[in-house]
Write a protein that binds this ligand. Structure first.
Ligand code: URA
Length: 234
């Protein structure tokens, strides 16, 4: 819900063009409101009523998408190499509330990644207090020891260099070198570090679910994204 705004403010807020360029967009008749011809970029309207090239303003109440992150791209705005943001329409990145990932996946991890321009949503999903479960599927280079199930569930499993134990995590061993791990927090390289600590280094890693949202139900090929309903997580 945005309230009435100037047309130039709407165009720049939602990433279409700069405030200065807005006058030309209006002049060319690209910006309309049902039943009213806009004459000036200083005219005011509700963003939800405005049509740009005949289409409603994109993500007028916030941008919430799920991306199937491919291997090899980085969750960063500024690092070298391929970035997850290169997979998105450039207009999203021009929105005045910058788009960011909700947490991160490593360059060599694939799977479900959420993106948004809503800082409160990022906080709600990444805050350690919320404990939104995240499910990872992985393969290891050697068999996973059975003892890891109890160790990870115990609530006193320590990672090297850390001062607090990991929250209880659920490990399912699906076959000797294939498993799923459900985490309720997100520490740096956590899945790889936990499995390495029990002697079973991870060679393939993918996130398959966040809360009740499962990647397989979204039918996304690597690199594809889809809009999601943020209330799924409330
Ligand atoms: N744990 C990891 O080791 N890597 C990720 O990308 C996510 C969780």
């Amino acid at each position: 819900m945005n309230g009435v705004m100037r047309i130039d403010a709407i165009l720049s807020r939602f990433g279409y063009c700069s405030r200065r360029e807005a006058a030309a967009w209006v002049k060319r008749g690209r910006v309309t409101v049902p039943g009213k011809t806009l004459r000036s970029a200083a005219d005011k309207a509700e963003p939800a009523e405005v049509l740009i090239d005949g289409k409603p303003v994109e993500f007028v109440n916030g941008l919430y998408v799920a991306l199937h992150k491919p291997l090899g791209c980085t969750c960063s705005h500024k690092e070298e190499g391929e970035l997850v943001y290169d997979l998105l329409p450039p207009q999203w990145l021009n929105r005045s509330n910058g788009v960011s990932t909700v947490g991160r996946l490593d360059k060599e991890t694939s799977g479900l990644l959420l993106l948004t321009d809503d800082g409160a949503f990022v906080h709600a999903l990444t805050s350690p207090k919320k404990h939104v479960p995240k499910v990872y599927e992985f393969e290891t280079s050697v068999p996973i020891p059975e003892s890891a199930v109890a160790a990870f569930a115990s609530g006193d499993f320590m990672l090297e260099g850390e001062t607090t134990p990991c929250l209880p995590a659920e490990l399912q061993i699906l076959s000797p070198r294939h498993g799923q791990l459900t985490l309720h927090e997100g520490r740096y390289h956590q899945v790889r570090r936990m499995l390495a600590a029990v002697g079973a280094p991870v060679v393939n890693l993918s996130r398959i679910a966040i809360g009740s949202l499962r990647l397989e139900t979204l039918n996304l090929a690597p690199g594809e994204w889809v809009e999601i309903d943020p209330s799924l997580f409330s």
